[in-house]
Design a binder for this molecule. Structure first.
Ligand SMILES: O=C[C@H](O)[C@H](O)[C@H](O)COP(=O)(O)O
Length: 235
């Protein structure tokens, strides 16, 4: 396993061990490569405990991980009160604000995180920043309804993101289409010193469904470090 993968695993295992309690019955599960280790740790729990628990996925990917593991899945319509949600991030700042959506899953992720009593982030050392935009330079992921993409792109450029661009698919002609049938615009804003304002300004644009800025949401973040340790940042 590579150093980065080991770091992801360490952070994920420790976060599950410290935040998924035997009394919990509804657990939110984020998306991405770090969450693979979250699910692996959940599967190491007492099977009787898992049998009494419902897991709320945040994407096609995390639903598949849970189903493949034989876990029971539900949704926020059935379970609007989630005990804890654990998710990855593309970058986290010193105040625990995060950029998410590198995998285009941030809409469902935000809903599931907001429905939880506690939101926990797991990541490797490359995601740990003072200010958003230091390391994640691809931009803020913005999910937009398809017919509005050009209009939103123009507005984002007017808001200062000159290099905002429509995310294109790799093994498909045309744009990435999200699990919700929408498009993604990646909008770089350089260093983001006031993420809550950037979030608000983008969210007010007509046609925007959700913005991959998670402000004041996480209670704690676990970063797996290069030396095998885990750094824990709390609010
Ligand atoms: O859309 C994807 C999600 O926000 C992921 O949680 C985020 O991109 C981090 O993914 P990874 O753990 O693969 O770096």
């Amino acid at each position: 396993m590579s150093l980065i993968e080991q770091a992801k695993q360490k952070a994920a295992f420790q976060a599950v061990d410290e935040h998924v309690l035997p009394s919990h019955r509804v657990i939110g599960v984020g998306s991405g490569s770090t969450v693979v280790h979250v699910v692996a740790r959940l599967l190491q729990r007492d099977p009787e405990l898992n049998a009494k628990t419902v897991f709320i996925p945040t994407s096609f990917q995390s639903r598949g991980l849970l189903l493949d593991g034989g876990l029971t899945v539900g949704d926020v319509e059935q379970y609007p009160n989630i005990d804890v949600t654990i998710d990855g991030a593309d970058e986290v700042d010193s105040q625990l604000n995060a950029i998410k959506g590198g995998g285009a899953a941030h809409l469902q992720e935000k809903v599931v995180a907001e429905a939880a009593k506690k939101f926990v982030i797991v990541a490797d050392y490359r995601k740990d920043s003072k200010v958003l935009g230091e390391q994640w330079t691809k931009g803020v992921p913005v999910e937009v309804v398809p017919f509005a993409w050009k209009a939103v792109l123009k507005k984002l450029q007017e808001q200062g993101s000159k290099n905002a661009n429509l995310r294109m698919a790799v093994a498909k002609a045309g744009p990435v289409v999200t699990d919700n049938g929408n498009f993604i615009i990646d909008a770089p804003f350089g260093l983001i010193h006031d993420p809550a304002k950037v979030l608000k300004d983008i969210k007010l644009l007509t046609g925007v469904v959700e913005v991959g800025l998670f402000c004041n949401m996480a209670e704690v973040a676990y970063f797996g470090c290069e030396d095998g340790s885990v750094t824990i940042r709390t609010k």
